[in-house]
Every structure is written in structure tokens, then in C-alpha cells.
Design a protein. Structure first.
Length: 139
């Protein structure tokens, strides 16, 4: 069995951002040499997410609006977590909703995604460096 580990690093200029990382994940699969297997992609920070959906601008705006309506950033005093001196209580909740990781099958050396499916990094407390782990295993 082969195994390959790759870290992707991000530093967004805004608090929230949604970045299509499908190409970078496929590159890691290519480097791994795995033809049949699995690819785990997970956010290595508790205020960021990895998820799969359509890369359509309106949908991404809808996600952002929806998440902000469920867990708005302001007022920061609403979150007990922020009593620690942080201001990112909302980002922890947004991450919980969007999820930590995805696992995608690898078939014939390619990510086996459905129609329109793309892998995204969701940032909810940006403006600092964070990473995503890509772990490829298989034959």
C-alpha cells in the first residue's frame, strides 16, 4: 500500500472565504502514484472547514449568508468563548456546521467526484496562516 501526505497552506485576507482546492488535492493524488484508494482532506484548524459542493458563486454567497444568519460574528459578546479574549466564537460554530473533512475515492488515479462536485476550504476566522492535510492511501 502507498501513502502520501501533503499540507496545503492558506492565509486569507478576509475573515471568511471559500477556496476551491480540488486541483491542489488532485495534484497530491498524482504525486502519490495511487491508482485505487482513498483521499482524506481535512482542515487542521478549529475555525476552518473542508467540504464538497458546487463551485457556483451564488451558492457560495448563499452559504456565507446562511452561516452568518445562524452564527453571526457580531455582537461578539454573544459568545461565551469570546470571554477568553478571542473574537471567533462564531467561527467555531460555522466550522461545526460545515464539517472538518471529506474522504473521496480515487479511481484510475483520479478523484472520483460526482457531477459538479468540488472540494472547498472554508475559512471562518482568516487573516492568519492555516493548513489543510491531504492524506492519500491505496495501491
Amino acid at each position: 500500500m502507498k501513502s502520501h501526505r501533503k499540507e496545503l497552506w492558506f492565509e486569507t485576507s478576509s475573515r471568511r472565504d471559500y477556496i476551491n482546492i480540488t486541483g491542489q488535492v488532485q495534484e497530491a493524488v498524482d504525486v502519490s502514484g495511487v491508482i485505487e484508494g482513498l483521499c482524506l482532506v481535512n482542515a487542521m484548524h478549529i475555525t476552518a472547514s473542508v467540504y464538497i459542493n458546487d463551485d457556483e458563486g451564488g451558492l457560495i454567497e448563499d452559504y456565507d449568508d446562511w452561516l452568518e444568519s445562524i452564527a453571526p460574528h457580531e455582537p461578539t459578546t454573544r459568545y461565551r468563548h469570546n470571554r477568553t479574549g478571542e473574537d471567533n466564537g462564531d467561527a467555531h460554530l460555522k466550522r461545526q456546521i460545515m464539517g472538518r473533512e471529506v474522504v473521496v475515492a480515487i479511481t484510475e488515479g483520479r478523484l472520483d467526484l460526482g457531477p459538479w462536485e468540488q472540494i472547498f476550504y472554508g475559512e471562518f476566522d482568516g487573516r492568519r496562516r492555516k493548513r489543510v492535510l491531504v492524506k492519500v492511501i491505496g495501491e
